[in-house]
Design a protein around this ligand. Structure first.
Ligand code: K1U
Ligand code: ZN
Length: 151
């Protein structure tokens, strides 16, 4: 995506609505079947919402210190596992106003932005788990898929 079109702004608005409805704290375009490098996030749990839409986000720098968080994923319902990621990341992206933005994320924002950028690259939080835990979740998802196909 080189420029921000009305369609991109509409997609971002629709994704934020889907994310809040879920509810979730982030969502990436591939999760709604769109192969574009667009993510949305709002990691504010209490207080005024802070919706963000990031086009073509890229991680410029990652801290050496890591933080662990019990992650979930809207594409892997009801499964949670602790994932360790860099505690802080510097990210550059194109904003919906067409300007290049840069920000250092920390805390839950840092965890979430890394989780969402992973979605753009076809990676899921289960890819960070050991083989046993990962296989347990994969098998549960395969069972759920079979049950949903029968229903
Ligand atoms: O991208 C996704 O699948 C959304 C995912 C994002 C995420 C969660 C946890 C750590 C990193 C990234 C979710 O939002 S799962 C739901 C969730 O975490 C949540 C739901 C309601 C309230 C608070 C959190
Ligand atoms: Zn996810």
């Amino acid at each position: 995506m080189r420029e921000i079109t009305p369609e991109i702004r509409q997609l971002a608005a629709d994704m934020l609505e889907t994310m809040y409805d879920a509810p979730g704290i982030g969502l990436a375009a591939p999760q709604v079947g769109v192969t574009k490098r667009l993510i949305v996030m709002d990691c504010i749990k209490e207080g005024d919402p802070e919706p963000m839409a990031l086009v073509n986000p890229e991680i410029l720098w990652s801290s050496e210190d890591v933080s662990a968080y019990e992650e979930g994923c809207l594409s892997i319902p009801d499964q949670y596992a602790e994932v360790k990621r860099p505690a802080e990341v510097q990210v550059r992206w194109l904003g919906l106003d067409g300007t290049v933005q840069e920000r250092q994320f920390a805390g839950l924002w840092a965890t979430c932005v890394q989780h969402e950028i992973d979605h753009l690259d076809g990676k899921l939080f289960i890819d960070y788990l050991g083989p046993l835990k990962r296989q347990m979740i994969t098998r549960k998802m395969e069972k759920l898929k079979r049950e949903r196909a029968r229903a």
